[in-house]
Design a protein around this ligand. Structure first.
Ligand code: IPM
Ligand code: MG
Length: 361
């Protein structure tokens, strides 16, 4: 029987709860489709700070690297009350997440935003805007730009000043652009490249390199869009988008927006990939410390991330399809966690949602 090594990072807040449900569903898929996942639990974020004093250790990076894929929950706590945020910024939970992305070279972040027929009522847009629904893939560059540029805070003549730098070289742009076009080819063959080329040099280079790459994909339509306009178009007419290709910070912001138009950020999965099949899979949402431990979190984004893991890193397409179908079926059957609840549906908790999905594999 095929066996795979999966590094699991439950993380903080609701992370451990939602990852437990994803594992249940993965194991059911393994039983049905004949594979075994060997899990190794790793600490990251606040959970790692509590034990090791740092959000990510070299041992954790090495263990993640030696696995076939990484499944993650979420990291971070309440910035106002958690002692983790008394530490200097480079030692806080989020620094661990950025470091693992960089160390594993996970430059391509895929965030699918899809409106489930069953969740139309949770979508804040009007019916005529929703139309037949929408289905887009946000391809976010994940290891460059403002997130990884030099930064410092200084004081000049008694005035505090902070500097962040936004850098991209053409190789970084080219490799993510290729990924965007490759994915578009398997979808509706349209790439919307999002930048701020009317202001930023990095965006002007982005646009030029994306144009060069597009020459190799004559079958894929390319359009350029300014990020402010894109933010508006996402709520004005989300149907127009197939693949949105964009840099790190813009992708962070636009993917939260896209998730909200699908009804809930609790539904949005993500895959972060390097040049090989290896990837880290995590929901796009955060650790929601306010609802942690209450068994009310929505595990679906994590379960759908696990399905992406089966598909992209393990080539278990059939099993991935089964997980996605089980999620759809559970929604069709009227079960909802609180975040996507609408009248006439049955409210369930995190564990029950996991059980219901597992039963449908
Ligand atoms: C995300 C998150 C992270 C990011 C934070 C937690 C650093 O918002 O994955 O979108 O900004 O990338
Ligand atoms: Mg974000």
């Amino acid at each position: 029987m095929a066996r795979y090594k999966i590094a699991v990072i439950p993380g903080d807040g609701i992370g451990p709860e939602i990852v437990a449900e994803a594992r249940k569903v993965l194991d059911a898929a393994g039983e049905k489709f004949g594979f075994v996942l060997d899990y190794q639990e790793l600490l990251m974020g606040g959970a790692s700070i509590d034990v090791h004093g740092v959000p990510l250790t070299d041992e954790t990076i090495a263990a993640a690297k030696s696995s076939d894929a990484v499944l993650m929950g979420s990291i971070g706590g309440d910035a106002k009350t958690s002692p983790w945020y008394q530490l200097e910024p480079s030692k806080r939970p989020e620094a661990g997440l950025l470091k693992i992305r960089k160390s594993l070279n996970l430059f391509a972040n895929l965030r699918p935003a899809y409106l489930y027929e069953e969740l139309k009522q949770a979508c804040p847009l009007r019916d005529e805007v929703i139309g037949e629904g929408f289905d887009m893939m946000i391809m976010r560059e994940l290891t460059g730009g403002l997130y990884f540029g030099e930064r410092r805070t200084v004081e000049e003549n008694g005035v505090r000043k902070a500097i962040d730098t936004l850098t991209y070289d053409e190789n970084e742009i080219r490799r993510i652009a290729r990924r965007g076009f490759d994915i578009a080819r398997k979808r509706r063959k349209k790439v919307t490249s999002v930048d701020k080329a009317n202001v930023l040099d990095s965006s002007r280079l982005w646009r030029a390199v994306v144009d060069e790459v597009s020459a190799d994909y004559p079958d894929v339509e390319l359009e350029h869009m300014l990020v402010d306009n894109c933010a508006m178009q996402l709520v004005r007419d989300p149907k127009q988008f197939d693949v949105i290709l964009t840099e790190n910070m813009f992708g962070d912001i636009l993917s939260d927006e896209a998730s909200m138009v699908t009804g809930s950020i609790g539904m949005l999965a993500s895959a972060s990939l390097n040049e090989t099949k290896f990837g880290l899979y995590e929901p796009s949402h955060g650790s929601a410390p306010d609802i942690a431990g209450k068994d009310i979190a929505n595990p679906i984004a994590t379960i759908l991330s696990a399905a992406m893991m089966l598909r992209f890193s393990l080539d278990l397409d059939e099993a991935a399809d089964a997980v996605e179908k089980a999620v759809k079926q559970v929604l069709k059957d009227g079960y909802r966690t609180g975040d996507i609840l609408s009248p006439g549906c049955t409210r369930v908790g995190c564990q029950e949602m996991g059980d219901l999905i597992r039963e449908r594999i």
